[in-house]
Ligand binder design. Structure first.
Ligand code: ADP
Ligand code: MG
Length: 321
């Protein structure tokens, strides 16, 4: 079984940033409103995620390390009504199988919490812990037992920028959650959790940028679109500054990116991209997120309709100048 986990890890845990993403998404799923992420050596030495969410019950802690032990799907039909970010029960066992893994967690209804330590996916200790609220997961020495995977990581600088990228996007997706990212003891990002997206944009991209964003609000019977797009003068040479969310889930979609550019019309020069944070809410029946383990691609029904809505929403944001 631990081999199966390592194989799954090849898919789910591509790099340190994927670990950050999976752990933080679990914290979000657990209802946290404060999440602190600490990394050392671009996450290879340490990734630690602390949240104030629901915690894991004593009897479920060891279970979480088993494959497909998700607590989030009770029946097959739930797959089509996914509301939480995780649903496969693969992340924790995969990550644990390629690291030195520690969970400290407690739920408010129980008198004590639990501390579990595992190495290469094998549990070494489980012991009670004085109760605190929420969960802290540390992943140390990632890929220590999969040298091939470790070798594939070439630049710590690049890995760190993948991590900041993920945390930035997760904060933009959740203005109601306070995120802190600490790298080698230095604070890289802190958001307030006030719920105000413009404030998150200010934390991520700077106050001057946040002031040059236009509000986008547009909906029809199927879709509800809200967010901010930058004035054309803030355009960038690549599309990394476009954050697209569908039902709170960060996605990549070529056609929707094109719809954004169409909305700018000739305000943007060819080869330039805006800074944009656009959140789309749709009936989950119209989106299939169950496409790839990293869950960044979705299949959409009524894609043309959504493209038109996005373009029109952006056009209208610029109508008064
Ligand atoms: P999934 O998120 O797909 O359910 P994971 O492997 O990511 O699978 O997590 C396994 C289970 O561990 C989750 O279903 C959840 O019950 C529990 N869990 C993991 N992280 C947390 C956390 N930070 N707070 C509460 N429960 C958690
Ligand atoms: Mg998960």
């Amino acid at each position: 079984e631990s081999l199966a986990n390592q194989i799954a890890a090849g898919e789910v845990v591509e790099r340190p940033a994927s670990v950050v993403k999976e752990l933080v998404e679990n914290s979000i799923d657990a209802g946290s409103d404060k999440i602190i992420i600490k990394v050392e050596e671009a996450g290879l030495r340490l990734i630690e995620v602390t949240d104030n969410g629901s915690g894991i019950e004593k009897e479920d802690v060891a279970v979480a390390l088993r494959r497909h032990a998700t607590s989030k799907i009770k029946e097959a039909g739930d797959l089509f009504r996914i509301r939480t970010l995780g649903f496969r029960g693969e992340a924790i066992p995969s990550i644990a199988s390629v690291s030195e893994f520690t969970i400290e967690t407690s739920v408010s209804a129980e008198e004590s919490g639990t501390k579990l330590v595992a190495r290469g996916g094998e549990i070494t200790t489980i012991e009670p812990l004085a109760r605190r609220s929420g969960t802290k997961i540390s992943v140390a020495n990632l890929f220590y037992n999969t040298p091939a995977r470790l070798k594939y990581i070439k630049s710590l600088q690049a890995e760190l920028s993948h991590i900041t990228d993920i945390v930035n996007r997760l904060s933009l997706a959740h203005p109601e959650i306070s995120f802190t990212l600490v790298n080698e003891g230095r604070e890289f990002l802190r958001t307030s959790g006030s719920g105000d997206l413009r404030q998150v944009i200010a934390s991520v991209y700077g106050i001057a940028t946040a002031k040059k964003m236009r509000l986008v609000e547009k909906s029809d019977l199927d879709f509800e679109l809200t967010g901010y797009v930058s004035l054309p003068e803030l355009s960038r040479a690549n599309r990394n500054y476009i954050t697209l969310l569908i039902n709170g889930r960060f996605i990549k979609n070529f056609l929707l990116n094109r719809a954004i550019l169409d909305g700018y019309g000739n305000r943007l020069m060819v080869g330039r991209f805006p800074i944009a944070v656009l959140s789309i809410h749709i009936d989950s029946k119209l989106a299939d997120v169950n496409v790839h383990p990293t869950k960044q691609e979705v299949r959409l029904s009524k894609e043309k309709e959504l493209m038109a809505l996005i373009s029109r929403g952006i056009e209208e944001a610029f109508l008064d100048g």
